[in-house]
Design a protein. Structure first.
Length: 231
């Protein structure tokens, strides 16, 4: 474990932790599984979240000179928690009908969309303030923690929307990637920045795939009416 935690790959005199590479590769595999509506996408993603959490939070404990990416680290925790919810929801649907995909994509209703967008705006403001307070003492430009808050909150919304089977989640990821790539390049997390750039193309593709499915396939809730109302 010590070897895995400390080992780095040197590219152009820049050290890159193997943990960052492994975590991002697992994240990409999970995204592919999600697009294909496979249950295994969730546990694979959780393992990737653990690796990336150690990378982004490690900077706050002396493993770098830049301000810690608190939002990037924190969202890995939320990913893991939400992935358990998504894993349960998709597994329940799969057990109910083994021959069908794990989720039936649909657009969020206007009421659902208004709710998550309102919460996202409030969340970005609150997280920006919190990240500034937590990261006090590190030198960072004014936009640094705002971008981190955008990524953190946007990722939370996107992951929850994916668990619910909303087509909207792809659009949330596009918004996250547009900010995430420049921020990660600025912070010199090059493998993560590269993966975000790859995600951008993949997410556009996934959006059109799920939009077509939502249009062509009838929506079937994976839960009973009572469970759906509670969830």
């Amino acid at each position: 474990m010590s070897w895995l935690y400390n080992s780095q790959l040197s590219i152009a005199h820049h050290g890159i932790y193997y943990r960052e590479i492994i975590g991002n590769v697992l994240g990409l595999i999970s995204a592919i599984g999600g697009m294909r509506r496979q249950v295994w996408a969730w546990p694979i993603g959780i393992v990737g979240n653990v690796f990336l959490f150690t990378v982004f939070l490690g900077n706050a404990f002396g493993h770098g000179s830049h301000a810690p990416l608190i939002g990037q680290a924190g969202r890995q925790v939320f990913f893991a928690v939400t992935s358990i919810y998504g894993w349960y929801r998709w597994s329940h649907a799969k057990r109910a009908n083994a021959s069908a995909p794990a989720v039936s994509p649909r657009w969020a209703t206007w009421r659902e969309r208004a709710a998550y967008l309102s919460l996202a705006v409030v969340g970005v403001v609150v997280c920006d303030i919190a990240f500034h307070l937590i990261g006090e003492g590190f030198e960072a430009q004014w936009w640094y923690y705002l971008a981190d808050a955008w990524i953190f909150v946007g990722s939370m919304v996107a992951t929850f929307a994916m668990a619910r089977g909303w087509v909207d989640f792809w659009l949330c990821w596009i918004a996250v990637d547009l900010v995430g790539v420049p921020e990660l390049i600025h912070a010199q997390y090059y493998p993560s920045a590269t993966l975000y750039a790859i995600y951008a193309g993949f997410v556009v593709w996934g959006f059109f795939v799920w939009r077509r499915i939502a249009r062509d396939e009838p929506y079937e809730s994976p839960l009973t009416p009572v469970q759906e109302a509670v969830g």
